[in-house]
Design a protein around this ligand. Structure first.
Ligand code: GLN
Length: 484
């Protein structure tokens, strides 16, 4: 069962090839056997999963309608709420915080018959690119256990790569879905900003955050987008658009499709990633697409703009974790001031503190114009660059990560870690959708992904292009040794 896609697994259940309970037990047992080597899950939800499975089995035996995700086991990043379960955000600060309500995401998934099997590891509050900033555990890359899975949604990428569940969810503020997907050899999708409701996702950078799926096939991404890509009145930034159908559009045809590629943005990239990228462009050409040159002159400022704006938004979003409204209160605190200062000091890890300091600095009265406002202006210019580029092409191709998965500890210098986000942050600044599709392996057998970005609201077409690319490749069928 673990080799099946979500679509195949659902059909197995619908046609009576397996009960939902058998499916749930199969995956829960795989997690117990394999995850101790990987550390992808922070927490399993066996009771919830089996309860849902039994409900599905009863519905099936009574001939009642079953949902689009009936019987599909799913992992959820631990910054997204499942009512009654812990939402730790990978932080000691929230080690005993239970979600008082369901995220719109988890509600929609369960309504369609998905089986939520556990919460996955992440960099604390989704800040980072390694999953090494989790306060709880390390997550290892299933392709090489000495290497990082990427981050911040590294747990979700790793569990899908190790076939511990066919689908998992993450959040992407500056690349946290696409980058770990690339490093773990799975498909990762960041939808258009506002396409998927953020209600029940713990906010990091509200103007950048977007929930999205990981899977081993682009078609499974299309399947879940049909469920979750819809307007939600609970999220003020949710796009008021009708649901769209994805799977019927996947036809493998790239004739007439123009893919934009930058001429001079590949400096400083690992040569193997560069070669892989050029080969991917050739494969797209072979399938009938044409490659057109584009310019994004402001792209060179994207990292600087991102780390100013993301930190600024994080510093205000995290103000609520004060040991009173949210967060574990320091037992050493005697005064109100100590409740704030000691709780934050004990609750947060170093990276989160760094972001809060950076964010309050760029928002402070003396520096607001120089940093925050300036960054907002450059963000607008970058959006114009993208609009001009999309007048010439249907999708933009880029690498995802400048290198294959680094060794654990190799990105210990924060600056090195930030620089690795160079290809992913722009999609969030501009609000466009982006997908990472497996595109081959390095000589050391480490996965390399191809990134495709599409215009705002062009989710269906972007995934159609990605699915066509996947059809020639089938790298998505490769399974790491640890998962076999
Ligand atoms: N690596 C980026 C950061 O640290 C992106 C994180 C994310 O997308 N959540 O901010």
């Amino acid at each position: 069962m673990f080799k099946l896609s979500a679509l195949e697994l659902r059909d197995l259940f619908l046609k009576g090839g397996a009960s939902a309970e058998e499916i749930a037990r199969h995956f829960l047992e795989r997690v117990s056997a394999i995850d101790p080597k990987i550390g992808g899950f922070l927490q399993l939800l066996p009771e919830r999963a089996l309860r849902q499975a039994q409900t599905l089995d009863q519905k099936r035996s009574r001939g009642e309608p079953l949902g689009k995700l009936a019987g599909v086991p799913i992992g959820i990043k631990d910054n997204i709420h499942i009512q009654g379960e812990l939402t730790t955000c990978g932080s000691k600060f929230l080690e005993n915080y239970r979600a008082p309500f369901d995220a719109t995401l988890t509600k929609l998934l369960e309504e369609e018959g998905a089986i939520l099997i556990g919460k996955t590891n992440l960099d604390e509050f989704a800040m980072g690119s390694t999953t090494g900033h989790s306060a709880y555990q390390k997550t290892r890359n299933p392709w090489d256990l000495e290497r990082i899975p990427g981050g911040s949604s590294g747990g979700s990428a790793a569990v899908v790569s190790a076939r511990l569940c066919p689908i998992a969810f993450g959040s992407d503020t500056g690349g946290s879905i696409r980058q770990p997907a690339s490093l773990c050899g799975v498909v990762g999708y960041k939808p258009t900003y506002g396409r998927v409701s953020r209600y029940g996702l713990v906010a990091f950078g509200s103007s950048l955050d977007q929930i999205g799926p990981f899977a081993n096939r682009v078609s499974d991404i299309g399947l879940v987008m049909e469920v979750i890509g819809r307007h939600d009145a609970q999220d003020a930034t949710s796009l008021p658009l009708p649901q769209e159908s994805y799977l019927t559009q996947f036809d493998g045809n790239l004739k007439g499709i123009k893919i934009g590629a930058l001429s001079n943005f590949l400096e400083g990239i690992d040569p193997e990633v560069g070669e892989n990228f050029q080969r991917s462009l050739q494969l797209l050409r072979d399938q009938g697409a044409s490659i057109v040159p584009i310019e994004l002159p402001m792209l060179k400022y994207a990292l600087a703009v991102y780390y100013i704006l993301a930190a600024a938004e994080a510093s205000t979003n995290l103000a609520r974790f004060d040991g009173i409204r949210y967060g574990k209160r320091s037992p050493r605190a005697n005064t109100l001031r100590e409740i704030y200062t000691l709780s934050k000091e004990e609750g947060y890890g170093a990276e989160v503190k760094r972001r809060i300091l950076l964010g309050t600095y760029v928002l402070s009265a003396g520096y607001q114009d120089a940093y925050y406002r300036k960054a907002q202006k450059v963000r607008t210019l970058l959006q114009r660059d993208y609009a001009a580029a999309f007048s010439k092409c249907h999708a933009i191709a880029m690498p995802v990560s400048p290198t294959p998965a680094p060794l654990i500890g190799a990105l210990a210098d924060p600056m090195q870690e930030y620089l690795a986000d160079i290809y992913t942050v722009s999609a969030n600044l501009v609000g466009v959708p982006g997908v990472s599709v497996p595109a081959g392996f390095s000589k050391e057998n480490l996965p390399i992904g191809l990134q495709l970005q599409g215009p705002q609201q062009g989710d269906v077409q972007l995934l159609r292009i990605a699915e066509s690319f996947e059809r020639i490749h089938c790298y998505t069928d490769a399974i790491p040794e640890v998962a076999k």
